[in-house]
Design a protein around this ligand. Structure first.
Ligand code: NAG
Ligand code: NAG
Ligand code: NAG
Length: 754
C-alpha cells in the first residue's frame, strides 16, 4: 500500500491533515468487486507509478467529479498532472459517487446525484477476471487467458498517449467548459486521412497524405504521429520538434481551442511544451472566435477576438438582417478581412469583381455579409446568416462587406422612443389640483372594481354551493363522489383517451376525468393528490379535484376550451390560427411548464407523456400542459426521467414547427435540411406571413439537442427555457440519431463516450 492523494480540490488541506484516510492501490491486478469512491478518495495506480485512475474535479463546480486517468509521476507537480482519459468524456457525477469493477466484470460509474449509472464499459458477462492499469496509461479488462476484452485506449476522450492508436471512424473530441459537448473533433476517415472537424461537416485541417484505406493513426514514444497501414508501416508522419530526444512523457491532445497539439514534458522547466500543432495560425481554426467576432493577431504574437460590427447582443458579435433596419441599409467595407458564416455555413460563391460583390450583397435582402477574394480567380462569397466570424490580418488580400443599418437606431423600438418630457420649471397649481383629483377618481374606480369582482366571485361560489355539488378540500381540491363523477361525465360517455373522459361541471366548466389504476392504496393516492394540488403554473392545467371511492382512483382536471394542440395541427383551417408567433409562444410556454414540474415543485415531478395531444389551448390560446403527474400518483415517478421529458419536448417542437406528426423520419429529415442550410424548408408551409429565422434556428438546435440518442447530452428544461428566451446560446447539435462512435458488440446506450 502506498499513501497518496488522488484528488485535487479546495479541501486539499483537510485531506492532507487526515492523510491516513487516503490510499492508493498499486498492483498489477485489480480484482473483481474493487471499488473507488469520491468519499474514500482512493485510486488505482500503474505499476511504474506514472498513471493513476480515480475521481477528479475538473469543472468549475466544487461538487462535480469525473472518473478518469491522469499522469501521476512524482517528477510532475500536481497541477501539471494532466488528465488523459475520462470515463464517458463529458460525464460528471456527484460527490457521493463510486466507480466499480462489478462481479460480472463490468466497469460501472454510479452517479449519486441522479442515482443511476452514468457510464459503463459494456464488457459485462464476457468472462472478465480482472482489470489492470498498464504502465502506458491504458486501463484494461482481461479474461483468464490474459486477452484484453476492453481497454480505455479504444475509447479515447481528447488525448492520445504514446502507443495508443485511432482507427477508422474513431474520434477525439475536445472538452468544453459549457455542456453538452464541444463542436471540435479529430476524425479518422475511411479514406485514411486524419481530419480536424467542426460540427462534423466542416473540415479545417487534413493530414495531406495520399488517400489509402484501412489506415490507423498512431502516436510513437519518440514523438511522431503516424498513419500506419495494415502491416504497421508508416505511410505518413509528422514529427515533434524534439523527435527522438529522450523525453519521458508525451501526449497528443485536441484542445478546447480546436487545435491539435503534441506536448512533451520538460524536466528542466517543469512544464509541458507544445512541440507541434496542426493549425499553425490559430485564426484559421474554424470559428475560433465563435460568436465573439473576428480573429486578429496582436502585437505580442497571440490571437484575439474583436467585434468590428455594430451589433453586440449579450456578448455576441452579430450582423444585421436588412429587415431589422428601420431606414434602409448600406455596406461597410473591411479591408484585409475574410469573413464566413458559422451556422448555417451556407456561403454561396460566384465569380465577380470587387464592386459587383458589394452590390450583389446590397441587392439581396437575405445577404448579411460578402467577402471578395482574388486568389485563383476573382470570387465573391455571399453569406446569409447573422452568425458571422472570420479573421483579419494585414497580409490578407480579401475584402469583406458587411450590411449595416443606415439609420442611427436598430429596430428595437424602446431604443428609438424619445425621452419623457421634463417638468416645466414653473409649477401650475390648478394643474396639480386637477392631477390630484384625477388620481382620486382612479383610486375610487379601482376600489369599486375590486368590490365588484369580489361580489361576482362570491356569487359563483354561492351558485356552486347551491347546487350542492361536491365539497372543497383544504388545498382547494374538490372531492367528488363516484355518482357525481358519473353525472358530470354522462356516465363516462365521452371518451377522449385511455380511461379518460370529458365532462362538464355544474358551472359549465369543461373537465377531463382520468380513471387511474384501481390498485393504488388509498393513503398513497390521497397524499399524491395533495402534492399535485399544490402545483400551480399558468401553463399547466389545474387539478380541480379527485374521487377516491371503492376501487376508483379518479383525477379531475380543467379542460382547455379550444381543445388540444394536435387537433389544430391536423386541421387545415384551425391550423391557420397557429401563426409563427403563436408556435414560438407555445414552445416557450410548454418548456416553462415542464421546467416548473422538474425544478419548481418541492419534489421532482416528471410528465412522462408529453406530446401535442397533451397540450391544451385555453380561450386565449395560451398553452396549458395536461396529463402530468399520473406517474406520481401511480408511484412510478422514479422510472420516468427528466431526459425522457426533454426528448418528448424535442419531438413536440418539431411537430409544431413542421406541422407533421410522424416522428422517426421527421427528425432525420429536419436535421438534414437544417445542417445543409435549408432550415426554412422545415417550417409548416401553411404558416402565413413572417417566420423569424433566428427563432427558428434556436428552436431547431434545441430540439435536436433534446433528441440526442445519448441522453446525457440532452439539456435540462431550465437550459431549454433560457435558449428559447434567447438568454442562453446553444451550440450547433451533432446528428441526434447516430452515436458518435460505432457501438461495440454489447455496448449499451449508456456508454456515453464520445
Ligand atoms: C455534496 O454536494 C452537495 C451538492 O450537490 C452539497 O450540498 C454538499 O455539501 C456536498 N458535500 C460535501 C461533503 O462536499
Ligand atoms: C480493411 O481491413 C478489413 C479487416 O482488417 C478487411 O476486411 C477489409 O477488406 C479491408 N478493406 C480494404 C479496402 O482493404
Ligand atoms: C528516430 O529513431 C528511430 C528509431 O530509433 C529511427 O528509425 C528514426 O530514423 C529516428 N528519426 C529521426 C528523425 O531521427
Amino acid at each position: 500500500m502506498l499513501q497518496q492523494e488522488c484528488l485535487f480540490r479546495p479541501q486539499l488541506l483537510l485531506y492532507i491533515l487526515v492523510g491516513f484516510l487516503l490510499h492508493a492501490v498499486v498492483s498489477a491486478v485489480i480484482p473483481l468487486g474493487s471499488k473507488l469512491s469520491v468519499v474514500d478518495n482512493n485510486c488505482w495506480i500503474s505499476n511504474n507509478g506514472d498513471f493513476a485512475f480515480g475521481f477528479f474535479n475538473i469543472s468549475d463546480e466544487p461538487n462535480q467529479f469525473s472518473a478518469g486517468i491522469r499522469f501521476n509521476s512524482k517528477s510532475i507537480p500536481n497541477d501539471q498532472q494532466k488528465l488523459v482519459w475520462i470515463a464517458g468524456a463529458n460525464v460528471k457525477v456527484g460527490n457521493r459517487s463510486y466507480f466499480q469493477l462489478t462481479s460480472e466484470g463490468e466497469l460501472v460509474l454510479f452517479d449519486s446525484l441522479k442515482e443511476s449509472t452514468a457510464w459503463r464499459s459494456g464488457a459485462g458477462n464476457r468472462a472478465v477476471v480482472s482489470a489492470a492499469l498498464h504502465d502506458n496509461g491504458n486501463l484494461v479488462l482481461i479474461d483468464r487467458e490474459q486477452n484484453i476484452i476492453w481497454q480505455s485506449f479504444d475509447t479515447p476522450s481528447d488525448t492520445l498517449l504514446p502507443g495508443q492508436s485511432l482507427s477508422v471512424y474513431e474520434i477525439l473530441r475536445a472538452t468544453t467548459k459549457k455542456p453538452p459537448s464541444s463542436s471540435y473533433s479529430l476524425y479518422m476517415n475511411p479514406s485514411g486521412q486524419l481530419q480536424l472537424r467542426w460540427d462534423s461537416h466542416i473540415v479545417y485541417w487534413t493530414s495531406d497524405n495520399p488517400s489509402a484505406s484501412n489506415l490507423t493513426a498512431y502516436l510513437t514514444s519518440g514523438g511522431a504521429l503516424q498513419l500506419r497501414d495494415q502491416s504497421l508501416n508508416a505511410v505518413w508522419s509528422i514529427f515533434g520538434e524534439d523527435h527522438n530526444d529522450s523525453v519521458n512523457y508525451r501526449f497528443l491532445r485536441l484542445e478546447m481551442d480546436g487545435n491539435l497539439r503534441l506536448y512533451s514534458w520538460i524536466e528542466t522547466s517543469q512544464s509541458w511544451r507544445s512541440v507541434w500543432q496542426a493549425v499553425e495560425n490559430q485564426c484559421k481554426v474554424f470559428a475560433t472566435c465563435g460568436q465573439r467576432g473576428v480573429c486578429v493577431f496582436t502585437a505580442s504574437g497571440s490571437t484575439d477576438c474583436r467585434c468590428p460590427f455594430e451589433v453586440i447582443e449579450s456578448n455576441q458579435c452579430l450582423v444585421r438582417y436588412e429587415h431589422e433596419c428601420e431606414s434602409g441599409s448600406n455596406m461597410q467595407t473591411y479591408k484585409n478581412t475574410y469573413l464566413y458564416g458559422v451556422y448555417p455555413p451556407d456561403d454561396t460563391v460566384v465569380v465577380s469583381s470587387w464592386q459587383q460583390c458589394q452590390q450583389l450583397c446590397l441587392n439581396d435582402t437575405q445577404c448579411t455579409v460578402a467577402t471578395f477574394s482574388n486568389n485563383d480567380r476573382p470570387e465573391c462569397s455571399i453569406k446569409k446568416t447573422k452568425y458571422v466570424t472570420g479573421y483579419a490580418d494585414p497580409s490578407l488580400s480579401s475584402t469583406s462587406f458587411v450590411k449595416r443599418c443606415s439609420g442611427p437606431f436598430a429596430v428595437n423600438p424602446s431604443l428609438t422612443k424619445s425621452p419623457p418630457p421634463k417638468l416645466p420649471l414653473s409649477l401650475c397649481v390648478p394643474c396639480l389640483m386637477g392631477a390630484a383629483s384625477g388620481t382620486f377618481f382612479i383610486v375610487a374606480i379601482l376600489q369599486l372594481g375590486i368590490v365588484f369582482i369580489i361580489f361576482r366571485r362570491k356569487n359563483t361560489t354561492m351558485r356552486n354551493v347551491a347546487l350542492a355539488f361536491a365539497s372543497p378540500n383544504p388545498n382547494g381540491l374538490t372531492v367528488f363522489s363516484l355518482s357525481e363523477i358519473k353525472s358530470l361525465t354522462g356516465d363516462m360517455r365521452n371518451q377522449i383517451g385511455p380511461n379518460m373522459f370529458k365532462g362538464v361541471l355544474p358551472n359549465n366548466q369543461l373537465v377531463v376525468v382520468k380513471d387511474l389504476n384501481a390498485t393504488i392504496e388509498e393513503r398513497k393516492f390521497r397524499s399524491a393528490v395533495m402534492k399535485l394540488g399544490n402545483i400551480h403554473h399558468k401553463n399547466l392545467v389545474k387539478l380541480e379535484g379527485f374521487c377516491c371511492e371503492f376501487d376508483h382512483r379518479i383525477l379531475v382536471y380543467e379542460y382547455g376550451k379550444n381543445g388540444s394542440l394536435d387537433s389544430y395541427i391536423d386541421d387545415s383551417t384551425r391550423c391557420k390560427r397557429l401563426t409563427w408567433r403563436k408556435r414560438v409562444e407555445i414552445c416557450s410556454s410548454v418548456a416553462k411548464a415542464i421546467c416548473y414540474l422538474h425544478t419548481g415543485c418541492r419534489e421532482f415531478v416528471s410528465h412522462g407523456n408529453l406530446k401535442c395531444g397533451n397540450v391544451m389551448l385555453d380561450e386565449n390560446s395560451v398553452a396549458k400542459v395536461c396529463e402530468y403527474g399520473f406517474a406520481v400518483v401511480e408511484g412510478e415517478a422514479t422510472y420516468i426521467s427528466a431526459e425522457k421529458d426533454a426528448e418528448d419536448f424535442g419531438k413536440l417542437v418539431l411537430n409544431l414547427l413542421t406541422g407533421c406528426q410522424d416522428h422517426k423520419q421527421l427528425c432525420e429529415w429536419a436535421y438534414t435540411e437544417w445542417i445543409e442550410g435549408r432550415a426554412v424548408n422545415v417550417v409548416d408551409k401553411r404558416i402565413d406571413g413572417f417566420v423569424n429565422s433566428e427563432e427558428l434556428e434556436r428552436a431547431l438546435r434545441i430540439s435536436f439537442w433534446c433528441l440526442q440518442m445519448d441522453e446525457h447530452r440532452r439539456p435540462s428544461m431550465e437550459e431549454i427555457v433560457r435558449v428559447l428566451d434567447g438568454t442562453l446560446n446553444v451550440d450547433p447539435p451533432p446528428p441526434p440519431f447516430v452515436m458518435h462512435r460505432p457501438l461495440q458488440e454489447d455496448d449499451s446506450q449508456e456508454n456515453g463516450s464520445e
